[in-house]
Design a protein around this ligand. Structure first.
Ligand SMILES: NC(=O)c1ccc[n+]([C@@H]2O[C@H](COP(=O)([O-])OP(=O)(O)OC[C@H]3O[C@@H](n4cnc5c(N)ncnc54)[C@H](OP(=O)(O)O)[C@@H]3O)[C@@H](O)[C@H]2O)c1
Length: 321
């Protein structure tokens, strides 16, 4: 937070119009179009941001494609986006943490836009040495990692297996778990194995025989599994000897079939502030890594969705506004 008085209202004009990406029907990336919309205004406890960078999450393209209408129906037209970094442009009644001009990042709905609104408690102060692109891409990976590791009860002395460890969630979960004192084995394609070592995990190639390779590396057993790739639940239950310490975040149907907890659908379980605080702690210690994979301008959101849907690579795709 800046040295200004908390809750200080702007003396300038509060933005009322906002260029934004939206879609009016579920479908292909071409459904995404750039239009000028009314800028959202902050209600009680909310702030309005001038978005500088918005992270592109796999959930964004899954929602756009209509894959999740069963449990996450959207009101259309919908502006995608779940996270961003930006500058506070207006504060709503009762806001105490932020003032106009503060540089912040965190959980921001409808973030594919020039201006967006979010709850004041869902943001953290952006350190000057984190770029807009890096900061805008942190929230989802941080919150998901903090929540799932807490649900798994990962602690010092545990051996944790992370499927999809080179992804954004996987990479942050590796670092949080290593910081907690766990031994981490992570699956990724061979091109990402050096990257996983850099993060503190022991890499294993995924695909045919993955569980044999994990067993060879940890003959004394694996205590907990985070499946951030999807498709590994039955083998993970067999590996840990039960369903209690296996968590799914990709495929709810697969989780139900395997009797495994699917994490993330209940907002009451979200750990936004703790996830952001943990990232800031590791960043301040100089140990935190989350690469930005590709930076594209807001108008190229469709291309960002095509790249995200490929499902490979390391780090986040980011839209700059
Ligand atoms: N439920 C929740 O709360 C929640 C929250 C956030 C994300 N998610 C979901 O979690 C998943 C990961 O999200 P993300 O943001 O980390 O995605 P991401 O940054 O796009 O990363 C995807 C990663 O998956 C890896 N991968 C692809 N196929 C794999 C396989 N068969 N085995 C192991 N790894 C494989 C890729 O590694 P290589 O390049 O090495 O192939 C890539 O690094 C997505 O499905 C997302 O929707 C759920």
């Amino acid at each position: 937070m800046s040295g200004k008085r908390p809750g200080h209202h702007t003396t300038g004009r509060v933005p009322t119009m906002s260029l934004a990406i939206s879609f009016a029907a579920y479908g292909e990336p071409e459904q995404l179009s750039l239009t000028e919309l009314t800028a959202p205004q902050p209600g009680p406890g909310q702030v309005q941001l001038k978005v500088r960078a918005a992270g592109v999450n796999p959930l964004d393209w899954k929602l756009r494609a209509g894959y999740l209408t069963g449990f996450m129906p959207l009101e259309l037209p919908h502006v995608p986006g779940l996270e961003a970094a930006g500058t506070v442009t207006a504060v709503g009644p009762g806001v105490t943490r932020w003032s106009v001009g503060d540089e912040v990042f965190g959980s921001v709905p409808a973030a594919y836009a020039e201006y967006a609104v979010t709850g004041e408690e869902l943001l953290a102060a952006k350190p000057a040495d984190l770029s807009w692109e890096q900061a805008g891409a942190l929230h989802m990976a941080a919150e998901t990692s903090f929540r799932t590791l807490a649900e798994l009860g990962v602690a010092k002395g545990d051996t944790l297996l992370i499927h999809g460890a080179a992804g954004s969630v996987g990479a942050v979960a590796v670092q949080f778990a290593v910081a907690a004192g766990a031994r981490v084995i992570g699956t990724a394609s061979p091109a990402n194995h050096d990257y996983l070592r850099e993060l503190g995990a022991e890499p294993v190639a995924y695909g045919e025989g993955v569980f044999e390779r994990v067993r060879a590396l940890a003959p004394e057993g694996v205590h907990a599994v985070l499946d951030a790739a999807g498709g590994y639940l039955a083998g993970s239950v067999e590996l840990t000897g039960g369903t209690e310490r296996v968590i799914a975040i990709v495929d709810a149907q697969e989780a139900a079939g395997a009797g495994v907890r699917f994490s993330g659908t209940d907002p009451a379980t979200w750990r936004t502030a703790e996830g952001l605080a943990k990232v800031l702690e590791l960043h301040a210690a100089g140990t935190f890594v989350l690469p930005v994979r590709t930076v594209l301008p807001l108008a190229e959101a469709a291309e960002a969705h095509r790249l995200s849907a490929q499902g490979h690579g390391r780090g986040r795709i980011v839209l700059t506004v």
